[in-house]
Design a protein around this ligand. Structure first.
Ligand code: MN
Length: 239
């Protein structure tokens, strides 16, 4: 009986495959937009009180959604960009129209940002490898955090502050304007981001108004160190 069941299962697979093709073919006439907004990896209020639910809802549902929508519009208007992935667009951002550069950056940066955070107490801890690298590069974890804050508060206007693995495999703190990031060909300092914080006013203004430094201080409570450590391992070939 078990044999027969397996045989029937094997026969059913091609039949299912055929059945699945019908609705697929029907949707091909109107392809889905190339880029889509993923849901937040936690509830909008999960980072309270560090980041309030109203900020999260607007930031993700309005700001990030707008980057996705505008990226789809900009890419659709330029046949040369058809089928290009987000990483490809980001890597050649300096050669692309500003609407593509800004919105591809906005989509990449925010996707990375949501994944960089976790509810307080659920973000794990740095691996020993990452902690040793931070200590070797900055002197201590506290000095690293102070330097990261300094880079974030020092960014004039809107932008991002990053912890990257540079091309020599070393950790570095860097900051980019607008929606640029360290993967872009235009970045002053290039490298692989393993942590990034959004220092646009829309990221903190509802709760902290003009006090960007307070936002940067509190933010460490919701950093997802498990994810940052995995990124560090991958960027240094240990992952
Ligand atoms: Mn933002």
């Amino acid at each position: 009986m078990r044999h027969l069941h397996l045989l029937l299962g094997a026969l059913a697979l091609p039949a299912l495959g055929l059945a699945a093709q019908a609705p697929l073919a029907a949707t091909q006439a109107a392809p889905a937009a190339a880029f889509a907004l993923a849901p937040l990896p936690y509830a909008a209020d999960a980072l309270e009180p560090v980041i309030d639910a109203a900020t999260m809802t607007t930031h993700h549902g309005k700001h990030h959604q707008a980057y996705v929508d505008n990226l789809n519009k900009a890419v659709a208007a330029d046949p040369a960009l058809k089928g290009m992935g987000l990483e490809q667009l980001v890597a050649r951002a300096g050669t692309l129209p500003s609407a593509v550069r800004n919105n591809a950056g906005g989509h990449w940066n925010h996707t990375f940002f949501w994944q960089s955070m976790a509810p307080a107490g659920q973000g794990g801890a740095m691996t020993p490898a990452l902690e040793q690298a931070i200590t070797a590069q900055f002197g201590s974890v506290e000095t690293f955090k102070a330097s990261f804050k300094e880079a974030g508060t020092g960014r004039f206007g809107s932008g991002w502050v990053w912890l990257i693995v540079d091309e020599g495999g070393k950790l570095a703190i860097t900051s980019t304007p607008n929606q640029d990031n360290p993967l872009m060909d235009v970045a002053e300092t290039r490298g692989t981001p393993i942590l990034g914080n959004d220092v646009w006013e829309h990221a903190y203004y509802l709760k902290h108004q003009n006090r960007r430094g307070d936002y940067l201080d509190g933010w460490w409570q919701v950093v997802n160190w498990d994810t940052v450590s995995e990124r560090y391992a991958a960027a240094t070939g240990q992952g």
